[in-house]
Ligand binder design. Structure first.
Ligand SMILES: [Zn+2]
Length: 177
């Protein structure tokens, strides 16, 4: 979207919110600093998700958002973190212009983003998405994450807090089944 004032092609998003079936973005031109608003609407009917068992179903933004919200539950993240993440993924999915996408590809996109957002949320999501069968598989994932994060960034939340070990999540879910 070119700047309506000077025609420059690059702008940054300074605010983003859901409006009905689209997203309203407040942007600022990177050249002249003028602010303007864009609306993005999705062609929802055109994207199908291919499940692991081969079934196709229409992409469901709410379902994805619910899964990510659960993973982020009670984590010290901004209130709109989960929605922002879904916005980002949804925009990327529709930008490809493809009518179908594998559910695993969406899962990977979520994991990739959660990994840099919050490690506990990442492990929680991974434990559901990868369907860890036992504590060993879960521990391998945590170990591999810990190895990748030799030096956590200053803004990254601590990897472990005893009361938040995802083992408890796993146990709770097992009880529900
Ligand atoms: Zn401009």
């Amino acid at each position: 979207m070119n700047c309506p004032y000077c025609g420059h092609t690059d702008s940054k998003v300074i605010d983003s919110r859901d409006v009905n079936d689209g997203i309203r973005r407040r942007r600022q031109c990177l050249r002249c600093d003028s602010r303007f608003t864009t609306y993005e609407r999705f062609e929802r009917s055109s994207l199908f998700v291919i499940k692991k068992d081969g079934r196709r179903e229409e992409f469901d933004r709410e379902k994805l958002l619910t899964g990510i919200r659960k993973a982020c539950d009670k984590r010290p993240l901004p209130g709109n973190a989960a929605a922002g993440l879904v916005d980002d993924i949804e925009a990327e999915l529709y930008q490809t212009g493809r009518p179908e996408v594998a559910s695993t590809a969406i899962g990977d996109m979520v994991m990739e983003r959660l990994k840099s957002l919050d490690h506990i949320a990442y492990i929680r999501f991974a434990s559901v998405y990868r369907q860890f069968q036992d504590i060993t598989t879960l521990k391998e994932e945590v170990d591999s994450l810990a190895n990748h994060v030799a030096k956590p960034a200053a803004d990254q939340l601590p990897l472990f807090k005893q009361e938040e070990l995802p083992v408890q999540e796993q146990g709770r879910r097992r009880v529900k089944r």
